[in-house]
Design a binder for this molecule. Sequence first.
Ligand code: PMT
Length: 402
Amino acid sequence: MADAQTVLLGVTGSIAAYKAVELARLLIKRGVTVKTVMTEAAAEFVTPLTFRSITGHPVGIDMFEEPTEWKAAHVSLAAEADAIAIAPATADAIAKLAEGIADELLFSVVLASKAPLVVAPAMHTEMYENPATQHNLDLLRSRGAVVVEAQSGQLASGDVGTGRLAPPEKIVDAVMGELGRARDLAGHRVLVSAGGTQEPLDAVRYLGNRSSGKTGYAIARECALRGAAVVLVSAPTALRSPRDVELVAVRTAEEMAEAVFERFDEADAVVMSAAVADFSPAEPSIGKIKKDAAPKSIALRRNVDILAELGKRKAKQVLIGFAAETDDIAANARGKLEAKNLDLVVANDVSRPGVGFGADDNEVVLVGPDADETLRRMSKVQLARHIVDRLVGLLEARGRPA
Ligand code: PMT
């Protein structure tokens, strides 16, 4: 039997700390080894003995205490973790995780670890909604952490609002999702494009679109976690590069085309999630166009269709494209699949609020040569897993002799 995977449960100083006991119990029920590290504040709410009794392992709190079971302190614990779950995560803990502050054992372990991170916040509504906390959570998300959002309900203070720790079952699902990853892309090279290209109009203005890059960055991260060598060709975004991914920063469709074509031959698969401008201003002004010299119209020229070109050049590569549609979603996507010689198209309705461009979620249809798969609305992180699962299937099928 395979060795049980290890989850490092980080408990921080919130009244919800007692719920982490149930979380530990549920994780153990799912066959996981749980090792707990508490902050000093957490130990004011629940005793370490409770976690030691539930998990059967010593609980770490003090950075400088002589370890009883682990050979070295934070570094070995960090290496041992297959996933880290911080639940509950206070505003203070989230700020430290975002800033990389390592003033307690727990935060040192997180900093020293490459394991996937799940963060489940719990705090008073005002603290949760504070732009500082939301910014820190965004920062963690952009680095690939999975945030299990706090829920609305009655808080410890008696107030009602958002800030309650998500139900332990939901946190367990998120942790198991992070653990379940196989290294099924090891040995493969995947090229992912992300973001919206910017086509200069003059020295400071451009034609662009609302792509945030979240989808492409999530796909690149998922591929890297599953062992692929990943190149992420990215138009400008506000996101940080996922870990273990080579980032190639571009601005225009032309630059993206050049970067993608240059790397295409050595890629086993390409996922084009970028929103590439179909048109650029034909004669961008070198200086800034003055207000009183504004042209009545702007002449546009067509940009190269990168994906269509890849479809013509493709030898062994798996090609996954996206289709941003507003009507007849699956039918239009199938048209793109055939016209561009693709293996899969991720079709999304970009006219709907809350999904698609810029949103955290999406709801798509995966259109393959033989069948469509309609996926429910989900986070772009979860969607990335589905797309990469399909990518693995396509690569495997390609590897099989006819
Ligand atoms: O970045 P996010 O905020 O997470 O938003 C995600 C998304 C909405 C951008 C993404 O889900 C999406 O739909 N991406 C494709 C957007 C798009 O350009 O769609 P399209 O239907 O115009 O193009 C079809 C395919 O051809 C796409 O894979 C596109 O990358 C590619 N293309 C398009 C034009 C062009 N000149 N070259 C291309 O390669």
